[in-house]
Design a protein around this ligand. Structure first.
Ligand SMILES: Nc1ncnc2c1ncn2[C@@H]1O[C@H](COP(=O)(O)OP(=O)(O)O)[C@@H](O)[C@H]1O
Ligand SMILES: [Mg+2]
Length: 221
């Protein structure tokens, strides 16, 4: 279960305050697939980063399967991320000097699986996302849509129980977007919690529920 309780985040910069999250509450159970939809700047990426253990809120708590992410050590938080969370960043954050295949495999650093099993899964995901022919390319040699698919494969590699995807279809044509949305549906069907951030109607239609976000607050549609 993912549970956000009164999560507040304010960015302060050169005397300016941006209230990116205003007492956000959210509770999601295994198998739930939700889309969070809202205009640019309403706090969607901040919400995902906070939910994924990557950005400490000013107030409130984030709990994943009973662990309160910001009340444990950074090592424990990193372990929860490694074991449970697949994150698709809006800006991808691929490692520029690694091949596509090694970028996908980088998600398994520190996990116990055998390298051959990890490779098999990485290759299979790249195939599903029509990226096998680019497996030895570097991120700098890829189109934006191709980078997005690599980021998605990396996020899925460890069979995460929580997927946080920040506009994962934002740069894709309908056909490739549909492959990603189908994959997210499969993950939810297999019991993962899927949170899809988007400003696209087509993408949010794939989710079971749509939550609207405006100026740092959530509203169920
Ligand atoms: N690191 C930061 N420092 C200051 N302001 C930020 C920072 N990150 C985001 N913001 C501001 O917080 C608000 C929410 O940003 P963000 O969560 O990226 O929104 P969204 O993903 O919905 O476009 C925006 O007004 C943005 O300018
Ligand atoms: Mg964003």
């Amino acid at each position: 279960m993912l549970k956000l309780d009164a999560v507040t985040k304010t960015y302060r910069q050169s005397g300016n305050e941006v209230h990116a999250l205003q007492s956000v509450n959210l509770k999601l159970e295994a198998g739930q697939f939700v889309a969070i939809r809202g205009p640019s700047g309403c706090g969607k990426s901040t919400l995902l980063l906070t939910a994924g253990g990557l950005l400490r809120p000013d107030h409130g708590s984030v709990e994943i399967d009973g662990t309160s992410l910001y009340h444990v050590s950074s090592a424990e938080r990193a372990a929860v991320r490694q074991e449970k969370i697949g994150f698709v960043f809006q800006q991808f954050h691929l490692i520029p000097y690694l091949s596509v295949l090694d970028n996908v495999l980088s998600a398994t650093i520190g996990t116990k699986q055998h390298l051959s099993e990890k490779k098999e899964r990485a290759e299979s995901l790249l195939k599903q996302f029509s990226m096998s022919h680019r497996r030895m390319h570097r991120p700098g040699q890829l189109s934006t849509g191709e980078k997005q698919r690599v980021a998605m494969a990396r996020a899925m590699l460890n069979h995460p129980s929580l997927i946080l995807a920040d506009e994962p279809t934002g740069n894709l044509d309908k056909e490739n977007a549909d492959v990603i949305l189908q994959q997210l549906r499969c993950l939810a069907r297999d019991g993962a919690i899927v949170v899809l951030v988007t400003h696209d109607d087509h993408a949010s239609a794939a989710a079971d529920d749509v939550i609207r976000m405006e100026a740092g607050s959530l509203m169920l549609e």
